[in-house]
Design a protein. Structure first.
Length: 125
C-alpha cells in the first residue's frame, strides 16, 4: 500500500514553512537593524576619540573575539539622480555625439564626502 501525498498538502506544508521562515527573517532583520543602530552610535563615539588621540594608523586587537579593528576613511559619492543629470546636462550639453565625454564629466563632477568607519577582520589562527 503506497501512500501518495497530494500536491495541495505539499503546498500547504511548504507555505507554512515559508511563512515561518519569513517571520523569522523579518525578526532577524529587525534585530539586525537595532544592532546596526547601536554599532553606528558607538562608531560615532569611537572615531572622534581615535582622531583626537592620533591613533588612525593603529590596529586595535581584540583577542577575546579573534578580531582586529581598523580605522579607515570611506568615500561616498552624491547619488546619480535625475535632478543631478538634468543640472549637469544643462551645464554641459552642446552636441549629442559627445556622450562619452559627457559621461566622464558626470562621473568626475559628483560631490564626494568622506566619513570614518571601523572595519574588523578575523584573526588567523
Amino acid at each position: 500500500m503506497d501512500i501518495t501525498i497530494e500536491p495541495i498538502e505539499v503546498l500547504q506544508k511548504d507555505l507554512l514553512m515559508w511563512t515561518k521562515l519569513d517571520v523569522e527573517l523579518r525578526d532577524l532583520n529587525k534585530k539586525c537593524t537595532e544592532i546596526r543602530k547601536k554599532k553606528d552610535i558607538l562608531q560615532s563615539r569611537i572615531c572622534p576619540i581615535i582622531q583626537s588621540e592620533n591613533l588612525e594608523d593603529n590596529i586595535f586587537s581584540i583577542p577575546a573575539l579573534q578580531t582586529n579593528v581598523l580605522f579607515k576613511e570611506q568615500s561616498t559619492s552624491e547619488t546619480l539622480s535625475y535632478k543631478f543629470l538634468e543640472e549637469k546636462l544643462n551645464e554641459f550639453f552642446d552636441t549629442p555625439d559627445k556622450t562619452p565625454t559627457l559621461l566622464q564629466y558626470l562621473k568626475e563632477n559628483r560631490k564626494q564626502s568622506k566619513t570614518y568607519v571601523l572595519k574588523s577582520s578575523l584573526l588567523k589562527e
